[in-house]
Write a protein that binds this ligand. Structure first.
Ligand code: NDP
Length: 489
């Protein structure tokens, strides 16, 4: 974990735009507090909120308390000190003069202790509708001339390749690539970073990750909860493919499937990720299964609302809440291996994982009666972070009788848990480390992959299949995955 030099004499201003919203309260401020509590913020830091809503530090502090994990890490003195570093600024997102007032507040703090260099982080915890105004005004009115400026933008960045180009152009007109951090919270999981270590610093795994050994790869993000009322508008317009597959899941695929980078640096990783993204074939509608949850209809259980029965969702919505997409990569390493993306809401389980399924053993000495038994390397990032291998071993006893077994690779959990996730990401931004952030050309490739099929879905409005709330999803999706080459145990 990167640490901050306690003798650092530079000034750091962190501006949270949209601090009155859920993301800032639930994630950004708790992350900043975690960094402060763990002594990871440089001495000269100051946090500013910028909102249309008039906020006062005192009341804002009370609103945020439930999310600050104070019970686990009670340190009231330090907590009070943290809030002394926070200053609320009110302004309209389209008024340049309000940004000038923000800059004045920053300069006032930055020059207070004779700091010679002022560095600024701008966190856009805002809906995309205001991105353009904010980036333009920030670049014109708030950039520091004595230090670095970095901007963090939250997904969704776009709906398709065309809107992504517009977003990219307006962002790149205001900031250089090295200043832009496109945020995907799910990528912060240690497991994905561990996969990199697993592959490139061990003999065993790297050698087997190709189409000679791997039969299929499944990347899943399953969620038990239905679509939340606070995100309903957004979700209904975007659907599950845009919400999860065009960012986190395809990025996971890129991390898994890329070739070895020259070194573990942001540029080298981005070059390799881009290369493999370019080799992902564009799926067509036949490679996709779409579905929507409905009332569970089981008399024994309390009724659970179907998607279109929520009061906050239009009754005629065809927005998919479940999708399975089979992708193929056209290169020598992966040709013929399906990469299956599966994501859904209101399912039987909440979990994020990657399952790399190996081909059955040739000439199996145990003559397993034609059973298609496969080794699997599983990288689970949620709810627990673990890496394990499914193997066959001998059962205890005299006869040679095989059983399924799991070898847990025990991801070391002694590291500072508090700094995993968003706090770790923010530290990366402080240090200018863009390894886990997608570059614009990678994003363009992602939209090249998904835009055609999304356009077909938008124009043809195919009626999604139905699955029961709390089930595994539609049977047809599982049949498709099996036909593609994946075996469910
Ligand atoms: P909110 O909808 O709560 O918006 C955040 C703030 O933006 C609001 O408090 C409001 O601040 C301002 N705002 C909202 N609508 C408008 C508008 N039409 N015009 C101008 N300002 C507006 O969003 P969240 O905080 O939930 O999320 C922020 C962004 O991050 C969104 O794009 C979301 O999709 C994304 N995101 C959120 C996640 C989460 O966990 N919440 C996870 C991943 C991404 P004010 O009016 O006070 O200035």
């Amino acid at each position: 974990m990167i640490s901050i030099d306690p003798h650092n004499e530079e000034a750091y201003s962190i501006v949270v735009f949209g601090a009155s919203g859920g993301l800032a309260k639930k994630k950004v401020f708790p992350a900043l507090w975690a960094l402060y509590r763990e002594n990871r913020l440089p001495p000269g830091f100051k946090i500013f909120t910028f909102t249309r809503t008039p906020l006062q530090t005192k009341t804002y502090r009370l609103q945020i308390l439930p999310y600050m994990e104070l019970d686990k890490h009670r340190d009231p003195k330090k907590y009070n000190l943290f809030w002394k570093m926070v200053q609320c600024v009110q302004g309209e997102y389209d008024k340049p003069e309000h940004y000038a007032a923000l800059t004045e507040a920053m300069v006032h703090q930055e020059t207070k202790h004779n700091q010679v260099r002022a560095n600024r982080i701008f966190y856009l915890a805002l809906p995309p509708i205001v991105f353009d105004q904010v980036t333009l005004n920030v670049s014109r009115k708030c950039s520091s001339s004595t230090g670095w400026n970095r901007i963090i933008v939250e997904k969704p960045f776009a709906r398709d390749d065309v809107s992504y180009k517009v977003f990219q152009t307006s962002l790149c007109n205001c900031f250089r690539e090295s200043q832009i951090y496109l945020m995907d919270h799910l990528l912060s999981r240690q497991v994905m970073q561990n996969f990199f270590a697993l592959r490139y610093s061990n003999h065993l795994w790297g050698e087997t990750l190709n189409n000679r050994h791997v039969a299929a790869v499944m990347i899943s993000v399953k969620c038990e909860l239905p679509v939340a009322v606070s995100r309903a508008d957004y979700f209904n317009q975007f659907g599950i493919i845009r919400d999860l597959m065009t960012n986190h899941m395809i990025q996971t695929l890129a991390m898994l499937a890329m070739d070895q980078p020259y070194a573990n640096t942001a540029d080298d990783l981005r070059v390799e990720r881009l290369k493999v993204l370019r080799q992902v074939l564009t799926p067509n509608i036949g490679d996709v299964v779409l579905a929507q949850y409905r009332n569970n209809r089981r008399e024994s259980e309390p009724a659970k609302c179907g998607y279109t029965e929520h009061t906050y969702i239009p009754k005629d919505s065809f927005t998919p809440t479940f999708a399975l997409v089979v992708l193929q990569i056209s290169n020598r390493r992966w040709s013929g291996v399906p990469f299956i993306l599966r994501a859904g809401k209101a399912l039987n389980d909440t979990k994020s994982e990657v399952r790399i399924q190996y081909k059955p053993v040739d000439c199996d000495a145990f003559h397993s009666d034609g059973a298609d038994i496969r080794n699997e390397l599983v990288l689970r990032s949620f709810p627990t972070e673990e890496v394990f291998m499914r193997m066959r071993l001998k059962r205890h006893g005299e006869n040679i009788c095989l059983r399924e077994s799991e070898i847990n690779l025990r991801v070391d959990d002694r590291g500072p848990k508090e700094l995993q996730g968003l706090p770790g990401f923010l530290l990366n931004v402080f240090h200018g480390d863009q390894t886990l952030f997608m570059r614009s050309d990678e994003q363009c490739e992602i939209w090249r992959i998904f835009s055609p099929v999304l356009a077909t879905i938008d124009s043809d409005r195919p009626r999604p299949l139905h699955y029961d709330f709390g089930s595994r999803g539609p049977l047809l999706a599982y049949r498709k995955a099996e036909r593609a080459g994946f075996v469910f145990f």
